[in-house]
Ligand binder design. Structure first.
Ligand SMILES: Cc1cc2nc3c(=O)[nH]c(=O)nc-3n(C[C@H](O)[C@H](O)[C@H](O)COP(=O)(O)OP(=O)(O)OC[C@H]3O[C@@H](n4cnc5c(N)ncnc54)[C@H](O)[C@@H]3O)c2cc1C
Ligand code: FES
Length: 269
């Protein structure tokens, strides 16, 4: 799969909530082929304190319009600066990087996203819909302000919501949603979000014997397998999340199956 270094031009900066912006860019030449789950390294506009590129999942791609979108959650100086850019701003971008989600052989499938972990899942849900797979999307956040783009997800499948404070959807963590109270009717679970959430989702999928892929968001520097700051222990040794991931089947992640086995034999967890 070919990679590109493009000066993307911002077409629109949409503020979706107090913490989230969607940036829609036009590419100067045809977009490279991108897979859901792959990411890009964006060069943050210059200023004190931010030197390295920042990684963001590919959120949406429109080959007809030659546009690509990223979802930005404000967490620090780099994301604050990106969220403040105006239409016409040029952002040098290296993409697509890493390995994305694998397509299922058949549906239905479940997508589970927490916080900015919904970013790669919108692109995935669109690709799954185009492939004719029935898709349920479970979106979780701390409060209703973290739940965004539900209408976009609804275009591709059914949407279920949890918030920790109960301000929208069912109250609690995504893994406490009533979807998990009965046998999971899915052929595959795809998840992206904080690692604790991914481990809990992985545990539920393993207990239900449903294959599961997770997209990890380890802190990255180079994004291309050189600095080794993003390694994760796998069944094949330590691997770079930026080149071998960010998407991994949970069976490849060392230790993730042990949590499921311990939980299985210990009813108090
Ligand atoms: C493969 C991949 C895909 C990602 N996709 C998205 C996305 O689609 N949308 C999005 O909003 N964010 C995404 N992230 C996270 C995003 O890259 C970071 O939030 C961003 O780099 C922070 O930059 P900053 O300068 O604003 O914050 P910094 O000043 O660098 O850090 C601010 C705080 O955030 C923490 N932080 C920084 N990077 C991460 C990280 N990767 N995971 C957890 N905490 C972090 C720092 O420890 C610090 O506490 C992704 C990360 C990876 C590795
Ligand atoms: S970020 Fe440098 S090796 Fe992965």
């Amino acid at each position: 799969m070919s990679k590109a270094i493009h000066d993307l031009v911002l077409r629109e900066n949409v503020q979706l909530s107090p913490f989230y912006h969607r940036l829609d860019f036009t590419a100067p030449s045809p977009l490279p082929e991108c897979e859901p789950g792959q990411f890009a390294e964006l060069l943050v506009p210059p200023g004190p304190g931010v030197f390295l590129r920042r990684p963001f999942s590919i959120h949406a791609v429109d080959y007809k319009d030659n546009t690509i979108s990223f979802l930005i959650k404000l967490v620090g100086e780099g994301t604050r600066r990106l969220a403040g850019i105006l239409p016409g701003t040029v952002i040098n971008t290296v993409y697509p990087l890493g390995r994305g989600f694998t397509m299922p052989e058949k549906g239905p499938v479940l997508l589970v996203g927490g916080g900015c972990g919904i970013a790669p899942l919108l692109f995935l849900s669109a690709r799954l819909k185009a492939g004719g797979f029935r898709t349920d999307c479970l979106l979780g956040g701390r409060t209703e302000k973290d739940i965004i783009e539900t209408a976009d997800f609804e275009r591709n499948g059914a949407v279920f919501i949890t918030t920790e404070d109960g301000s929208l959807g069912e109250k609690g963590l995504v893994t406490a949603h009533s979807l998990f109270d009965r046998p999971l009717p899915y052929t595959m679970v795809y998840a992206c979000g904080p690692e604790a959430m991914l481990r809990a989702v992985a545990m539920l999928a393993m207990k239900a014997s449903v294959p599961c892929e997770v997209s990890l968001e380890n802190t990255m520097a180079c994004g291309v397998g050189v600095c080794l700051c993003c390694v994760v222990p796998t069944t094949e040794g330590n691997q770079c999340v930026c080149t071998e991931g960010p998407v991994f089947n949970i069976n490849r992640l060392s230790g993730w199956d042990q949590a499921a086995r311990i939980a299985d034999s210990c009813p108090v967890i």
